[in-house]
Design a protein around this ligand. Structure first.
Ligand code: NDP
Ligand code: HSE
Length: 435
């Protein structure tokens, strides 16, 4: 240690995959962190449910306690790594009201009760830091909040869920089926025993709400995020995408929309499996990695890439926040709070304009293509490409690529296609993103 530092009391709530690594790194690198923070960070205790449970890191037994309240009242910085809504929310509010700065990786809590925490922090002059809450180890909260504060973000496309990227990547690389790869992801510990939050897009939607709020200076409630998961993606859809030059990725898309008639801006926040050109940088994000592709008006295209999860990786982002919180505690200044001054309206998914790929099974007889083309034309959807393959049995497989169309028109048109006598089955409808 190079200086005689002031001492700050740090309380940690949770010592699971992330918390145990945060505690271990705080204890191992205390001197270095003190020099960077300008304060000695005294880890005064770690609240857990069961002090005797096995831990991923070797932690001093006397730091573990089941009494979180006692730790919180005397802490300068409280790190919450328990997850879930309660007791995390109550304890963070308690910490803020007692004057502590707080650090959390809890995307579920921020996406649902973020405004309440930020308001409480504003009232008492405390700060909420949450770099690890979206895309794990990848620095993306500070870049959006600080580095891009002088720019206007037009669109964010994020691969923000490692489990689903791992599954889709394996399906793409090996032609594997969804259920088989999911079982493998669970065995490897990427997916939870109950993988619903990942595969149904809930986890990505929480991260999308957090990213969009920062990028567009607008509070984005979780229920305003359109969400679709990846459970309907099968090997056939992956193969069809490949033939057309695409890969399927679960994307969190946060976009500034401008009404062409009156220039009024709104934002769209959506999570769904989408087709991404194999030329796009996001197509090369493999395995359980995450990436956030940001399109800003002045900066142009930026991509932030790395580990979106993992105990020690996520601990890196948490500790960065702890150092920032400590510096602020000593020197003052603002942290990574909420900025909602723009307060843009949230557009329903029906307002989104993008390209689509529609895959149909149709009767293989004269005039069918003309009927399908007519229905698309009536719906204001313009065809860009058509691929037809015949598999016998009087059924043809049609893969139609559209020009840009409004989602509402497209969806009404697909309903009419589904109801048409010549269409046996709508196999899939996928949006094309990133072009
Ligand atoms: P874990 O489930 O591994 O650990 C949770 C910890 O919190 C455990 O130590 C548990 O105690 C403790 N805990 C839970 N409830 C209580 C309670 N009521 N009182 C006291 N302690 C409690 O979670 P993770 O470490 O995986 O995740 C922590 C946070 O980080 C979550 O918000 C998660 O979304 C986020 N995150 C996680 C990532 C990851 O890769 N794991 C990546 C990015 C963010 P005990 O051990 O005794 O059961
Ligand atoms: N379940 C998440 C994922 C963990 O797969 O990315 C990180 O939030």
């Amino acid at each position: 240690m190079t200086a005689d530092h002031r001492r700050l009391r740090v309380a940690l709530l949770g010592a699971g995959a992330v918390g145990s690594q945060v505690a271990a790194l705080l204890l191992q690198h205390g001197d270095e962190l003190a020099d960077r923070a300008g304060a000695t960070l005294d880890l005064v205790g770690i609240a857990v449910r069961d002090v005797d449970a096995p831990r991923d890191a070797d932690l001093p037994r006397d730091l573990l306690t089941t009494d979180a309240d006692e730790l919180i009242v005397s802490a300068d910085i409280v790190i919450e790594l328990m997850g879930g809504i309660e007791p995390a929310k109550t304890q963070l509010l308690q910490a803020i009201n007692a004057g502590a700065d707080v650090v959390t990786a809890n995307k579920a809590l921020l996406a649902t009760h973020g405004p309440e925490l930020f308001e409480a922090a504003d009232r008492v002059g405390a700060e909420v830091y949450y770099e690890a809450a979206a895309a794990g180890a990848i620095p993306i909260i500070r870049p959006l909040r600080d580095s891009l504060a002088g720019d206007r973000v037009r669109r964010i496309m994020g691969i923000v869920n490692g489990t689903t990227n791992y599954i889709l990547d394996r399906m793409d690389l090996e032609g594997a089926e969804f259920a088989d790869v999911l079982a493998e992801a669970q065995a490897l510990g990427y997916a939870e025993a109950d993988p619903t939050a990942d595969v149904e897009g809930f986890d990505a939607a929480q991260k999308a709400a957090i990213l969009a709020s920062l990028a567009f200076h607008t509070a984005v409630p979780l229920d305003a995020v359109h969400r679709e998961g990846i459970t309907s993606i099968d090997k056939g859809m992956i193969e069809t995408a490949r033939r057309a030059g695409f890969v399927i990725k679960l994307l969190a898309v946060c976009e500034r929309l401008t009404d062409p008639e009156n220039g009024v801006e709104s934002i769209s926040v959506r999570v769904y499996p989408a087709l991404v050109s194999r030329e796009h940088p996001l197509a090369s994000v493999h395995g359980a990695n995450n990436a956030v592709f940001v399109e800003a008006e002045a900066a142009g295209d930026l991509m932030f890439y790395g580990a979106g999860a993992g105990g020690v990786q996520t601990a890196s982002a948490v500790l960065g926040d702890v150092v920032s919180a400590a510096r602020r505690h000593i020197a003052g200044g603002v942290g990574v709070g909420e900025s909602t001054h723009a307060n843009l309206p949230l557009a329903p998914v029906g307002h989104v304009v993008t390209r689509y790929q529609i895959t149909l099974e149709v009767d293989d007889r004269p005039g069918v293509l003309a009927i399908v083309a007519g229905l698309l034309s009536d719906g204001g959807v313009s065809i860009a490409t058509v691929e037809q393959t015949v598999h016998g049995g009087g059924v043809a497989h049609l893969v139609i690529g559209t020009h840009r169309a409004q989602e509402q028109n497209l969806s009404d048109t697909v309903d009419r296609l589904a109801a048409s006598d010549v269409v046996e089955r709508v196999v899939s409808v996928l949006r094309v993103e990133g072009d």
